[in-house]
Structure formats: structure tokens, C-alpha cells
Design a protein around this ligand. Structure first.
Ligand SMILES: Cc1cc2nc3c(=O)[nH]c(=O)nc-3n(C[C@H](O)[C@H](O)[C@H](O)COP(=O)(O)OP(=O)(O)OC[C@H]3O[C@@H](n4cnc5c(N)ncnc54)[C@H](O)[C@@H]3O)c2cc1C
Length: 310
């Protein structure tokens, strides 16, 4: 961004702008370079205005949620990273459809933390999202990544997703046109490439709050039993290849405990790269590449990162 563009952005944006934001403070890997600017949008109107301006000025931008599946490279992100707060954190119950008894719909902003949503659903006796218990992040990030666990994926619960596209246009799109697949959402309309997810309608079932709560607790306990605790990570680093598990392949190649600077393959779960405290983005990316090469040599499988490198 030129100095003039920085000044212009400061004059059109009402809220705070974090210039040269240290992104290790905004992602769960606790590593990574700076973003030229990091901004939180709190209303639809200001988000649309911002996107239109960024596009007109040909400034790179990208939405992020809670940073639980991203890593900004050491060279930094040349542009603006945008996250959502304010009205984008609201959760509302939709009116029930008498034709579909037992089915419930909720409308949730993309900035809402998934943990808060899961707790809200349990308290309101809405079942279906329990598999998300313990997955950090925001609803927007979960939808963009089609987050899932224990055989469930959020894409299966989606009715519609509302986007702000690169021209500032607001579009609500039904699930059939969202191209959900394993850890991916690719809307059919090319105009929504790289668009911001701002709101999601999910369908859930009526259930007993106590039972929903107990299921969440059980799944969180199972998660804690197999995942490294108390260390910075982005969860599973690689996608599972078809019919196999990335963790099994990394373990079979003898890579548990492998270290590059402050980045290490967890000894607890081989598909977790953990930051032992001092890892740089280069350490993590270097370790990622070494894992890819060694797993490929050992088993012929090319692992694809699930973590989004910015
Ligand atoms: C300990 C741990 C355990 C985890 N376990 C799981 C698991 O079991 N299953 C699983 O699927 N994931 C898991 N993850 C990964 C991560 O939590 C999920 O992918 C999560 O849904 C990402 O949400 P986020 O808000 O942090 O997104 P971010 O990490 O901020 O962003 C991820 C991607 O989504 C895009 N994005 C974010 N918000 C928006 C938006 N509003 N509009 C458009 N694009 C957006 C970003 O550009 C980026 O490409 C785990 C992570 C950790 C740290």
C-alpha cells in the first residue's frame, strides 16, 4: 500500500486500523509475519464499503476468522486482513416451519466463535453441532474450511450462506451451490471467489439440552486424550489423503518429534505441527516441506496442507 493509500484508508475507516499487525498475535500457531493492515468490520455497510475501496485501489485483502487454521509467511501479507465483530457475532433462532416439526433453523453471523455457538445450541436444546465442540475458530472460518470431526461436517448443516463479493455485492446462496467438500467450500458462482462469508443459516434438530451438553463434553474429552495440550498449533496440519490418515503416514515415516527451529512434529499426534515457543513461520513451513518430502519418499503420498498459508 502506498503512503497515500494508507492515509486514504485511515480517513474512510471509522474504527481502529492495526498497521503492520504482528499476525503471530492473531493466530493459534503463534508465529508468522506482519499484515500491512488488520481491520475488524462490525457492520455490513462498512464491510461492503471497505471491500469496494480495496478492490478499486487493487489492494490485496483476505478475510480471516480466529486464526486457528492460518499462517502468515515471514515476508508478511502485503495488503489488508479483515476480521468480523459487532453484528457479525449475533445468533438468532428462525421461526419454525410447521411442515417440518422438530427441525430448527438458526441464523448466525460469521464472526461468532464456534465455541460460543455450540454452547448456545446446547442451552437452547438444538442438536446437530456437537461434533464441532472443541474446534476453535469462527463460524465464517468453519464454513470456509468446511470444518468437521467425528464424521460430521458443518457444510451438511448449512441451508444458506450470505457473502459479500469483491464488488461489494451481497449474495445469499443455498447449500447446493456452495460446493462443499472435504475441508473446502468452493461456491459455484465464480463471482464469489474469495468473497467474505458474513452470515450462515444452519438447520438443527430439537434435542434435550442435558444430552447435547453431555455429548459435547464427551467429544471434547476424546479430543483432549489424543491431541497435544498446552502448545500452540493449528490442529491437523495436513489434509487426510483419500482412504488414509496423514497422522498415520507421518508416524509411519518415523517423523514424530522431528524438529526445525522451534517447530516440531508433535510426539502425541503426528499430524500436529506444534510451536515449542520460538518457531518462526519459516521453521513451520520448512518442517512442513520436509514432512511432505519424507512422507512422499516413504509412501508415495503427497500430503496437502490443510493450514492456509497467507
Ligand atoms: C487445536 C485445534 C484443533 C482443531 N481441530 C479441528 C478439527 O477437528 N476439525 C477441523 O475441521 N478443523 C480443526 N481445526 C482447524 C480450525 O479450527 C478450523 O479450520 C476453523 O474452522 C478455522 O476457523 P477460523 O475462524 O480460525 O479461521 P481462520 O484460521 O482465521 O481462517 C481459515 C480460512 O478460512 C477463511 N475465512 C475465515 N473467515 C472467513 C470469512 N468470514 N469469510 C471468508 N473466508 C474466511 C480464511 O481466509 C482462511 O482461508 C483445529 C485447530 C486447532 C488449533
Amino acid at each position: 500500500m502506498s503512503l497515500q493509500q494508507r492515509q486514504q484508508l485511515a480517513s474512510i475507516w471509522n474504527g481502529p486500523i492495526h498497521w503492520d499487525a504482528v499476525m503471530s498475535e492473531h493466530c493459534t500457531l503463534r508465529a508468522g509475519g506482519k499484515a500491512e493492515a488488520f481491520i475488524q468490520a462490525s457492520s455490513l455497510a462498512e464491510l461492503c464499503r471497505l471491500i469496494v475501496w480495496l478492490e478499486r485501489e487493487e489492494i490485496a485483502w483476505r478475510m480471516i476468522g480466529r486464526g486457528s487454521n492460518i499462517l502468515v509467511g515471514s515476508q508478511g501479507f502485503a495488503g489488508v486482513l479483515v476480521t468480523l465483530g459487532g453484528v457479525f457475532c449475533e445468533i438468532r433462532r428462525e421461526e419454525g416451519d410447521p411442515e417440518q416439526p422438530g427441525l430448527e433453523k438458526i441464523r448466525v453471523g460469521a464472526g461468532c466463535a464456534t465455541g460460543r455457538l455450540v454452547g448456545w445450541c446446547a442451552r437452547h436444546g438444538l442438536a446437530g453441532l456437537e461434533f464441532m465442540a472443541g474446534i476453535p475458530g469462527s463460524v465464517g472460518g468453519a464454513v470456509a474450511m468446511n470444518a468437521g470431526a467425528w464424521g460430521g461436517e458443518i457444510g451438511n448443516l448449512v441451508e444458506t450462506v450470505t457473502f459479500v463479493g469483491r464488488r461489494g455485492q451481497v449474495r445469499t446462496v443455498p447449500r447446493q451451490e456452495l460446493g462443499f467438500s472435504y475441508r473446502c467450500m468452493q461456491p459455484v458462482q465464480p463471482e464469489l471467489d474469495g468473497a467474505a462469508v458474513v452470515e450462515v443459516v444452519l438447520h438443527l434438530r430439537q434435542g434435550d439440552p442435558r444430552e447435547i451438553h453431555d455429548r459435547c463434553r464427551e467429544l471434547v474429552a476424546r479430543r483432549k486424550a489424543k491431541q497435544p495440550a498446552g502448545v500452540a498449533s493449528a490442529g491437523s496440519f495436513f489434509k487426510n489423503p483419500p482412504g488414509d490418515s496423514a497422522g498415520r503416514l507421518i508416524d509411519a515415516a518415523g517423523l514424530k518429534g522431528l524438529q526445525r527451529g522451534g517447530a516440531m512434529v508433535s510426539t502425541r499426534h503426528a499430524n500436529f505441527i506444534v510451536n515449542t515457543g520460538t518457531a518462526s513461520a519459516e521453521d513451520i513451513i520448512g518442517l512442513m516441506q520436509e514432512i511432505q518430502e519424507r512422507v512422499y519418499r516413504f509412501s508415495g503420498v503427497r500430503l496437502e496442507p490443510e493450514v492456509q498459508l497467507l
